[in-house]
Design a binder for this molecule. Sequence first.
Ligand code: MLT
Length: 421
Amino acid sequence: KATLTFPGGTAELPMVDATSGASSLDVSTLTKQTGLTALDYGFVNTAATKSRITYIDGDQGILRYRGYPIDQLASNSTYLEVAWLLIHGELPTADELADFDERVRRHTLLHEDLKHFFSALPHTAHPMSVLSSALSALSTYYENGLDPKDPEHVEMTTIRLLAKLPVIAAYAHKKSQGQAFLYPDNNLSFVDNFLRLNFGNMAEDYEVNPVLSKALERLLILHEDHEQNASTSTVRLVGSTGANLYASISAGINALSGPLHGGANEAVLEMLGQIQESGEGVRRFVERVKNKEDGVKLMGFGHRVYKNYDPRARIVKESANAVLDSLGISDPLLDVAQELEQIALEDDYFKERRLYPNVDFYTGVIYKAMGFPTRMFTVLFAIGRLPGWIAHWREMSLDPQTKIGRPQQLYIGEGERQYPQ
Ligand code: MLT
């Protein structure tokens, strides 16, 4: 225990066990006892959220899902296996996984009428807008199965979301290219089905490249959860009102769409392209970043939590090289990225500020090599993050202590004022 001294007295602060999340800390009681308010703009949904799902140690660069290290999961598990782990807390047995996989495959089809929904949107629509709105629209087909307190409804919605969100995402992609939608092929695995829906066509069989398939699976696993960030807190906050999973996750997708969150991988690729096209050289670009010339920013570096190398970035970097090798191509943007990383990591400016590449730094290079247009990158992040959002929504909804979220406000505006006569 620690003792907090404040103007009116003292209070005992219970310590939080960061690994188990065990704590008797009750922020509202503490606030009442001390009269002090923590100034944290996401108070109820970040600082005070207790969760058993994901552990991050930003100083050490550690990320674990339900206690298991992220690199081992990314190397040895499938996306659906990790989804089960996040949602249920344990790795599935072989039978549980086979059953889960089979149920997800059985629910990939979208209602035919939903195709009219896609037709109503312009082909220039950003795929993230298509994704969030199509997901809200999807809920209207299941009006009798939306009760957030009914475990069967929640389980069924979980399966439907995992099965259908990738199909919606692929349709958003196809629409932006002016190409026909394909029906899912449920003989294929989750990732292979998704690749075919994006890159296959009506005229010929689609041949899956196993290296790309493995790389995409790893990337999706790396993105499956990342504790209380903007989109996950949004899902929890919206869900705390009793809103169903479709509505909550659609809100999370909108939160993710911002360039400071999921849109960052898109911004990194644009930055690398600009460096390459300008011909100014990476060193000169780094100098401009340090001197804050023309408001130039180094995208894909630094993180609010990681003050060390983001453990996901290291794995993504390995995958980038493996994917380009397997395709027998090179990408000058990967060379620019690697040179930029090397120069920055040797420079005191970045060392002192503890700025290291984050998960977004190399991700776009891989997605580009796979053939995804830049505007699909954040959509891929959303498909990756879906199991984490579901797990957080379920953890919160099942907790009998959960109340409707209401972020704490510290009023800093005008005092009482006379209305002008
Ligand atoms: C994430 O994976 O969600 C990002 O790193 C953002 C964050 O942690 O806030």
